[in-house]
Ligand binder design. Structure first.
Ligand code: BYC
Length: 332
């Protein structure tokens, strides 16, 4: 009886303590202060961040594949150098983001395992093929353009390590967007065949780029809570609209046609209104049935297996260094 009363008192004081911690956490969020790795945070906040940051990291790493496919076929040395640099940047973004996720107490191995076993998602956009050189232009222009729209607000996300990683990533994404647009501009000012290639790539990438922003707000599971925690600063639909408004005039400047018969400018709101997105296609891609899902996962699994010796060598090297350092201390 006595022990039970003590346990109840313990539970009661723990609840008060948790309520205090939660109130302090919420006050920090309200005051626009960053949450840092050693700060107390609700478990659901931590889980949401691990999910979003790791999905983001996986997207960067898988995102290297469609463009990597064109490195050996880039039309000039300058294009090749820029493409190699861009693909390397994506690899770097993946690494900063894995490191940011690790600050939340999850290991790199676990995150990679989630990707390779198919439990973790990565962006739908990277399950589409890159059929011509114009696709490389379109990825830079549209995919990196969409990424910037989504990621600039993430520089103000409430979790410190994620926000700081995003600052450098966004700077690099801006360069990527410019190089993509410049490829498109060159093709559109080239021969009729080159311009047709650019139009064909736009026709294939436009709708998948709009899907990158995620399901419509009404169907978005996480938006409401993530907005309250200031992880997300804008909803999926708001960012999608900003992207369309910024991109339509760029397409017009290129002399290309957006493949949407319902696209029209709404004078009253100042927005470009667009037609219905095929959410069934999005659902299929997320379910693993997009044009390249299997190929992408196979490539990642192969790379992981082929890289096993590098991980083993790095571990052996680290163990030797530790042993040397310990021997040195013992000798002093
Ligand atoms: N693809 O409740 P919602 C790049 C999932 S990298 C796949 O709205 P949330 C680049 C979502 O995860 C681009 N899955 O979720 C790299 C959730 O499923 P789970 C990646 C998607 O998190 C190389 C479910 O659908 N960018 O730019 O509030 C070269 C319900 O969605 C997608 C980022 O990761 C999708 N498109 O909002 C070039 C940015 N959309 O997890 C470029 C960071 C949604 O419950 N992430 N899902 O199983 C975010 O901003 C948000 O996570 C999202 C989704 C806006 C993507």
């Amino acid at each position: 009886m006595y022990t039970q009363a003590l346990n109840q008192a313990d539970t009661g004081s723990k609840l008060v303590e948790d309520a205090d911690k939660l109130a302090r956490f919420e006050a920090k969020i309200d005051a626009e202060e960053r949450i840092e790795p050693n700060d107390w945070m609700p478990e659901a906040y931590r889980r949401t961040l691990v999910r979003q940051i790791s999905q983001h990291a996986h997207s960067e790493i898988v995102g290297m594949l469609p463009e990597g496919n064109w490195i050996t076929r880039a039309p000039t040395l300058r294009r090749k150098a820029a493409l190699i640099a861009k693909v390397q940047d994506e690899g770097g973004h993946g690494l900063y983001l894995y490191a940011a996720a690790e600050t939340l107490g999850v290991s790199r191995e676990e995150l990679i395992d989630q990707l390779l076993s198919g439990r973790a998602k990565y962006s739908s956009i990277f399950n589409y093929p890159t059929l011509t050189w114009a696709d490389i232009g379109c990825i830079g222009w549209l995919v990196d353009g969409a990424a910037i729209m989504n990621q600039i607000p993430l520089c103000r996300t409430s979790y410190g390590p994620y926000a700081r990683a995003m600052i450098r990533i966004c700077k690099e994404e801006s360069f990527h967007q410019r190089q993509g647009y410049e490829i498109m501009l060159t093709l559109c000012r080239g021969s009729a065949e080159q311009k047709a290639m650019a139009q064909d790539a736009l026709n294939r990438w436009w709708w998948p780029a709009l899907m990158m922003f995620g399901p419509p707000d009404a169907a978005s599971v996480h938006t409401e809570q993530s907005m309250r925690w200031k992880i997300k600063r804008f909803t999926n639909d708001a960012l999608r609209q900003q992207f369309v408004d910024a991109t339509v005039p760029q397409a017009h400047f290129l002399g290309l046609t957006i493949p949407d018969p319902d696209l029209r400018y709404d004078e009253a709101s100042g927005h470009w209104r667009f037609g219905a997105i095929d959410w069934e296609e999005f659902r299929q891609v997320l379910a693993g049935n997009g044009p390249c899902n299997r190929e992408r996962m196979e490539a990642r699994r192969r790379a992981h297996e082929e890289g096993a010796w590098v991980r083993e060598a790095a571990l052996a090297h680290a163990a030797k260094r530790r042993a040397r350092a310990a021997a040195k201390i013992a000798a002093e």
